[in-house]
Design a protein around this ligand. Sequence first.
Ligand SMILES: [Ca+2]
Length: 431
Amino acid sequence: MRVQQGAGEPVRAADRSRREVLSRLAGWAGAAGLGGLLPACGGGGDAGGVEQPAALEQAAQAAPAADGGAVAGAALPVARTLRAGLNHPWGLAFLPDGSLLVTERAGRLRRVSADGAGIATITGLPPRLFVGGQGGLLDVAVDVVGGDTWVYLSYAERGTGRRWNATGLAVARARLAGGSLRDLQVLFRAHPKVGLGISDAHYGGRIALAPNGKLFIAMGERRADSERIKAQWLSHHHGKIARINRDGSVPEDNPWVGHPNARPEIWSLGHRNPQGLALNPFTGELWENEHGPQGGDEVNVIERGHNYGWPRISYGCEYGTQPESCTPVGGRTSAPGLDQPLTVWRPVSIAPSGMAFYDGAMFPEWRGNLFLGALAGTALWRLTLSGRKVTGRFMLYHGLGRRIRDVRQAPDGALLLLTDEDNGRILRIAR
Ligand SMILES: [Ca+2]
């Protein structure tokens, strides 16, 4: 493992010389080790000196990306459209030949050539795929073993028989052979499925494949009032991160293997709706982000058997309450035995999404940074880190006005973004 050393310090200085805009939206709370200093949501100001403004990096004259031309000011590399015409693209992975696999939430898997010019639809998707609400075809990961390319997919799945109108997250894998998936196996099904009359939301859905072959699966708590407490129940997969082997079997060293009434796939609990999952290439740690309700979006480091609090503690408030004066869900922001996030967005949520660490050569000034897409916040966020401490947050490409669903580092060090739109795009940030 490489050890991260002071990543981001030179970058901060450079950023300060850029246009900096104070923004309530960009309100900063570095919560690592400071949980006790953070006030309740909207609790009359920010205590403990933990609030800092973030820099807003964007050009005032930023132009839309629609023409494929320059979209950001001189302070940022240009984001160009690599490919348009994707129906709510959700997840992105790279194949050995440099081409891309892109999921469309509407239920298609596309292969896009490295230059964006070619596109094909991959056949053989899992059966009982449910498309509706927040459900559909979600994340994708690629694993090359021997001569075989294995494609891992997460998706919302319907039940069978009388449970046809119940859905839950599932993960399958298959071999990619030409333009189709072969030998498909369903590896994991979130238990229990939830009726569509109760929820078609908060599936979670991000997956991350570790170099040691362990597959992490992030699941939401299904949003409904009746469901969210189950994020604390080991009998349910609601609001959990699961860990399985590549073949779907359960690793013997999972924390609740052998416990009565516990789902053995569970690795961590107390999550609301995780939408970003990334392995830190410098430390091997698993990092996650999740949506709060009104405020309270979080970044966490996920550790074996830990409880991340939802809905017993939170930095976010119920929908419909006043963000400036509300009481956080759970009534408090910290409690013994519940992990604190590394950073929180409040009182306004950005709705973070796909997330990636940068360790490429194209942008040396970004090495060691963490990038997050933002949906409601229509931006790409860059976080500078020192170990587990978030030392700066920078909102980039807000001028594009695009919901960013995913961000990935390409093999050449470029950053690729997916925009969450009917006519969704792959944007490529490169120099
Ligand atoms: Ca939490």
